[in-house]
Design a protein around this ligand. Structure first.
Ligand SMILES: Cc1cc2nc3c(=O)[nH]c(=O)nc-3n(C[C@H](O)[C@H](O)[C@H](O)COP(=O)(O)OP(=O)(O)OC[C@H]3O[C@@H](n4cnc5c(N)ncnc54)[C@H](O)[C@@H]3O)c2cc1C
Length: 339
């Protein structure tokens, strides 16, 4: 097998490669189209003393205006059904594939399991990093293994699902930021599909035989389209803050004062609150600061109205966090990664 050679592009413009459309350049950019290119890139970057960061579709990042290093964009393609049997269907998919296209491809084959995650932008390789989730499903629910290149141990490794430390918007790959380059995923889709339609907006689909993965996917796409501003029109990174999870005592105090605050009991007894509700009730829905603002359509979505850079985003994020903390005593945390 021949390994594609590294083609480093100087002064690489990333403004159209992040969904917030932040002005951003990298000293060098490189497209990674084969797993074998990763160790070569690492040794060349180390030899030249360059910092190296990994980028997928740029839909969950706040990029610095000038990165003095190499930005490696993961574009390793390929997807196939490995086996189908009583244990379900095993699908192998490379990190550079588009997540939403993967969902459509599985649904076309009548395979259920990830239809609730339709419409999430970005690459397959980034999906386990923050354990993407929507409409009651997380990617961790279907992950069998994650194959990575470990930058500390300089070797390829395969993590089984229970070694990935998956949690709400969290994983080993996020906690040890920068250490692992995700190369591919193996997903186990169930042999007997049961629709997950418990989430508001999906329940009217019912649970009868007429409900198909396609019907759920289409409903999810319609719901997302009706709620979220389109990042191609109004650049954004989806939910900008994680839903905060607070201890039972703090939650009870908050609920005594604000009984209508949405809350969801977690397995460990803590309560997950709605970051969007907290921001809206802090009067920040539609609030603007310079070229950025919290969307008028969805309080949780930070949007770029044009010409913003990372500093503008950070200033608004700080303002939102401070205002919510002062009003509700709750600390919000950003969902996108500042790179
Ligand atoms: C409109 C909109 C809606 C969204 N809705 C949702 C949603 O419903 N649920 C949800 O969970 N998220 C959502 N997101 C966030 C985002 O789409 C996901 O987090 C997605 O998985 C990011 O993929 P990406 O390829 O764009 O990653 P990037 O933004 O490029 O990178 C994100 C992080 O992952 C790292 N990374 C990327 N690829 C790799 C790799 N191959 N190996 C190692 N590290 C890697 C990067 O270094 C960075 O730290 C939404 C975003 C937008 C813009």
């Amino acid at each position: 097998m021949t390994v594609p050679s590294l083609s480093l592009i100087p002064d690489f413009d990333l403004t159209t490669r992040n969904t917030l459309a932040l002005g951003a350049r990298s000293r060098l950019g490189v497209l990674i189209t084969a797993p074998e290119m990763v160790p070569t890139l690492l040794s060349e970057a180390a030899a030249d003393g360059f910092a190296l960061r990994i980028l997928g579709g740029g839909s969950n990042v706040v990029l610095a205006p000038d990165f003095d290093g190499v930005t490696a964009m993961i574009a390793i393609m390929g997807r196939r059904v490995v086996e189908t049997g009583a244990e379900g269907t095993l699908v192998d998919v490379a990190a550079g594939e588009n997540w939403n296209e993967l969902v459509g491809w599985t649904v076309e084959q009548g395979l259920g399991g990830i239809e609730n995650l339709a419409g999430i932008p970005g690459t397959v390789g980034a999906a386990p990093v923050q354990n993407i989730g929507a409409y009651g499903v997380e990617v961790a629910d279907v992950i069998e293994t994650v194959t990575v290149f470990d930058r500390d141990e300089l070797r390829e490794r395969v993590f089984a699902k229970d070694e990935c430390a998956f949690a709400y918007r969290d994983s080993l790959f996020k906690r040890e930021a920068g250490r692992f380059v995700v190369l591919s995923l193996q997903l186990r889709l169930p042999a007997v599909w049961v629709p997950n339609v418990s989430f508001a907006g999906l329940s009217e689909l019912g649970e009868g035989a007429e409900v198909t993965p396609r019907a759920v996917m289409e409903r999810v796409l319609a719901l997302r389209g009706s709620k979220l501003p389109d990042w191609r029109v109004t650049p954004n990174a989806g939910s900008f803050f994680q839903n905060p999870i607070v201890g039972a005592a703090d939650a009870q105090a908050l609920l005594a004062e604000f009984p209508t605050a949405p809350n969801f009991l977690q397995a460990d007894g803590r309560l997950k609150l709605s970051a969007g509700w907290l921001i809206e009730k802090s009067g920040l829905k539609g609030f603007r600061l310079g070229p950025v603002g919290m969307s008028e359509r969805h309080a949780l979505v930070l949007v770029n109205y044009g010409g913003a850079v990372a500093g503008d985003v950070a200033a608004l994020a700080d303002h939102v966090k401070r205002t919510v903390r002062e009003r509700f005593g709750v600390q919000l945390a950003e969902e996108p990664v500042f790179l």
